[in-house]
Design a protein around this ligand. Structure first.
Ligand code: SF4
Length: 99
């Protein structure tokens, strides 16, 4: 049976408007500590990353955004930050090492 959809689906079958975005290096917030992970200006201050990985993310009350306060070092720490990035609904957490 054929679908009557006029818009093609992405290979994943997901609506393109629901696809996560990627953090933009040029929008990296200045409060982020130097290093590979960063939060960009698209952060909506939802608190998710700070709850999930409080050792690495903090809130800036002036801008109402999160920022990376500590870069992960060990594989376990890196996995924690990568998980927080994957769970950020706005895709505001970036990794300069990501391809
Ligand atoms: S999870 Fe994403 S949008 Fe939410 S506070 Fe953290 S960086 Fe901002």
């Amino acid at each position: 049976m054929e679908s009557d959809r006029s818009e093609p689906l992405l290979p994943s079958g997901l609506n393109p408007q629901l696809q996560p975005t990627m953090a933009t290096l040029s929008d990296r917030l200045p409060l982020n500590i130097a290093g590979r992970f960063f939060v960009d200006s698209s952060c909506i201050d939802c608190d998710q990353c700070r709850v999930e990985a409080p050792e690495f993310f903090a809130r800036d009350g002036d801008s109402g955004t999160s920022y990376v306060m500590k870069q992960p070092v060990t594989p376990e720490e890196i996995a924690a930050v990568e998980s927080a990035a994957a769970n950020c609904a706005t895709g505001s957490i970036g990794d300069e090492n990501a391809g």
